[in-house]
Design a protein around this ligand. Structure first.
Ligand code: ADP
Ligand code: MG
Length: 238
């Protein structure tokens, strides 16, 4: 079953065409990485899936439902950004359960959801701390915890690791991969980092100037790149 269908989607800012007829379809449980250099339109596309940007043309469907005109909260998604603003005056626990509280989830259910997410992310011992008492990697885990408790159909990540140092980036990569396996969830993940893309993706879309150049499993993209641009970008042997 397709969880996400991006159907001939376009985006323009006045006369500037940022995305030109992008079509991508992925199945439930897929880990799609949008890979490409800065400015190629990755964040724009992700924001359109999230409902944070309007769609100039085409259609986006989540679990079969056209979402073009739905607000972000009605799209069954959760998003983790590069700058994952946590509420500084709240504890980790309060940060994670805040969204559920707003939606009127009962205290008992909230507690159970926080416990399960914290357990999965190994941050149970941090639940009573404030964000200022956490490392960068720990904050990123809390941001993921916030997303997990929403139990969305679709997780959206925009360069979530780019503010972390190199060692932590590798650790968190493993963490995200484990999370994907454990939750069996569908993920769309934006990065300009080829290695990150190749290690995480079940499907990778290599983008350039608002066009998907190649969409396939990472190994296929690497072994049989669609064109010279893709070959160079993913570092395929000549
Ligand atoms: P990426 O995430 O791949 O780095 P973006 O999606 O952020 O790229 O941007 C793609 C292109 O769209 C860039 O040329 C950027 O300057 C342009 N762009 C993004 N947002 C806007 C905006 N609000 N108004 C005008 N141009 C924009
Ligand atoms: Mg971006």
């Amino acid at each position: 079953m397709s969880t996400l269908e991006i159907d001939r989607v376009r985006k323009s800012y006045s006369s500037l065409a940022v995305l030109k007829e992008v079509s991508i379809s992925i199945n439930t449980g897929d880990f799609l990485v949008l890979l490409g250099p800065s400015g190629c339109g990755k964040s724009t596309l992700l924001n359109m899936i999230a409902g944070l940007e309007t769609i100039t043309g085409g259609e986006i469907r989540i679990a079969g439902k056209v979402v073009n005109d739905l607000s972000p909260k009605d799209r069954d998604i959760a998003m983790v950004f590069q700058s994952y603003a946590l509420y500084p005056t709240m504890t980790v626990r309060q940060n994670i359960e805040f969204g559920m509280k707003i939606r009127g989830v009962s205290p008992g259910e909230r507690e159970a959801a926080v416990k399960a997410a914290a357990d999965m992310l190994q941050i149970t011992h941090l639940l009573d701390r404030k964000p200022s008492q956490l490392s960068g990697g720990q904050r990123q885990r809390v941001a993921m915890g916030r997303a997990i408790v929403r139990q969305p159909k679709l997780f959206l990540f925009d360069e979530p690791l780019s503010n972390l140092d190199a060692k932590l980036r590798v650790d968190m990569r493993t963490e995200i991969k484990r999370l994907h396996a454990r939750l069996g969830t569908t993920i769309v993940y934006v990065t300009h980092d080829q290695i990150e893309a190749m290690t995480l993706a079940t499907r990778v879309a290599v983008m350039k100037d608002g066009v998907v150049q190649h969409l396939d499993e990472p190994q296929a993209v690497y072994d049989r790149p669609a064109n010279v641009y893709v070959a160079r970008f993913v570092g395929s042997p000549a």
